[in-house]
Design a protein around this ligand. Structure first.
Ligand code: AMP
Ligand code: ZN
Ligand code: ZN
Length: 432
């Protein structure tokens, strides 16, 4: 683990209680001199917009005293926390961040999905068939169409041939469609610094081929949160490590003489889980009556044909630590249930509980997300910093559907119609 950071950042963050309240403004030391030796790029052009996702970064992780670079960006820029969209899972929320639509509207309604139109081919995280993604246009496609060059060092959906159709029996590259001009397939073995260096190398290019919108994604804070739960030392170590990568990014950009508007977000938070807080579905309903699409912080289920009444009777009554809804009855504030891909039943566990197929064979503790998006421990990080943003501003918690409209403003795209989010709350923190 990295040594504890002392100095102004600790003072700045001391005393922050959970749920996270953005730190009060305090004088802050000047940034350290840039250390990266690099050939300066051509004279500074328009700022590049960089959307950074730190998967599973709960905003209160900034209170652990190991994030000097993120805390400095927050203190000198705009900071707050976001409500993720339901379900508070990785793929649905990453697609929301780049489309401005809730999962029910953009079609990535879970990390695992079934579609009545594709009964035999479910969606998993490894699937790159554009069929699953085509309902909503991601911002890199809109940007490329407008002549704004884009590049992605990982983002769920960024390696999809967006808008295309996968040919039958296709085993190679899906032809056609729109992708970022530069993109890389997700690979967890590529380290944080390597990901940052890939971005810096793109920004080192001459102006004509330099991207103006970039995404960057880190997964290690989420993995540590799953393994040990949010309170374990592995999360603190992963947070410190990613903070180092953010520092490398900021220093590398400065050494190029480039300016950047950084929008640093997470997709959701993390709650502690345990085998002592499990609802076993097979003790509630007869497994012959249903099949599950997802299990965990919530479960989604479909009845076996002919067994509808038995399943309804078993699920739609009170259960300790779990509430089940038909998709038509899902509370309106979750904005979930109209999409054909949402299975007929949604069973939501209380925070920190898990809905599993059966009683776990071995005891475990860990962490998970996917809970009600209003739960404080599902909250997501938001930090924005750069020439486009006012300094030292704090904004009240907002829904993550607002991020895509903000990104459109930053890269000069016209406001979109028909989105679930809006840029209204950023008017007071954007420099015009
Ligand atoms: P989860 O915690 O189950 O919601 O999903 C998080 C996991 O998704 C990460 O730990 C990654 O392993 C995986 N992941 C993230 N981005 C991608 C991607 N672009 N393609 C495939 N898997 C990804
Ligand atoms: Zn995630
Ligand atoms: Zn996760």
């Amino acid at each position: 683990m990295k040594p504890m950071i002392t100095g102004p950042f600790v003072l700045l963050l001391a005393g922050c209680a959970y749920p996270y309240t953005p730190p009060a403004l305090a004088p802050i030391a000047a940034p350290a001199p840039m250390s990266t030796a690099a050939t300066a790029a051509a004279p500074a052009a328009a700022p590049v917009t960089i959307l950074v996702s730190i998967d599973g970064f709960r905003p209160d992780y900034l209170d652990r005293g190991v994030t000097p670079r993120l805390s400095q960006l927050a203190a000198q820029g705009v900071a707050g926390s976001m409500r993720p969209s339901f379900p508070s899972k990785t793929f649905p929320n990453h697609w929301t961040l780049v489309t401005g639509l809730v999962p029910d509207h953009h079609g990535i309604v879970g990390n695992d999905m079934e579609d009545p139109a594709r009964a035999t081919a479910p969606f998993t995280l490894a699937n790159d068939d554009p069929f699953w993604w085509n309902a909503a246009e991601p911002i890199w496609v809109t940007a490329e169409k407008a002549g704004i060059r884009t590049a992605t060092e990982f983002w769920p959906g960024a390696s999809i041939a967006w808008g295309s159709t996968q040919p039958k029996n296709n085993h190679g590259i899906v032809p056609g469609g729109e992708r970022p001009r530069d993109w890389a397939d997700f690979n967890a073995n590529i380290s944080g610094p390597q990901r940052v260096d890939a971005v810096i190398d793109w920004l080192r290019r001459p102006a004509a081929t330099r991207p103006r919108f970039v995404t960057l994604y880190f997964d290690t804070v989420d993995s540590a949160g799953h393994d040990e739960g949010p309170d374990g030392p592995a999360v603190t170590a992963a947070v410190a490590d990613v903070d180092g990568s953010i520092g490398r990014l900021v220093d590398g950009i400065a050494a190029l003489g480039q300016t950047a508007n950084l929008v640093i977000v997470s997709d959701h938070g993390m709650a502690p889980t345990s085998s002592t807080r499990v609802i076993a579905l097979d003790t509630i309903a007869n497994p012959a009556d249903y099949h599950t699409v997802e299990t965990g912080p919530y479960a989604t289920l479909a009845p076996v044909p002919g067994h509808e009444a038995a399943l309804a009777a078993a699920l739609l009554k009170p259960h300790p630590h779990m509430t089940c809804y038909t998709k038509a009855q899902v509370p309106a504030r979750l904005r979930y249930g109209s999409n054909p891909r949402v299975p007929p039943y949604l069973c939501m566990a209380d925070d920190g509980w898990l809905v599993l197929k059966t009683t776990p064979a071995k005891p475990f503790t860990g962490g998970n997300h996917g809970y009600d998006n209003a739960q404080p421990d599902m909250a997501a990080l938001f930090i924005a910093n750069g020439p486009g943003f006012a300094a030292g501003k704090r904004i009240a918690r907002f829904d993550n559907v607002d991020v895509a409209p903000l990104l459109r403003d930053l890269i000069g795209l016209p406001a979109a119609t028909g989105l679930d989010g809006s840029d209204a709350r950023f008017k007071s923190v954007l420099k015009r």
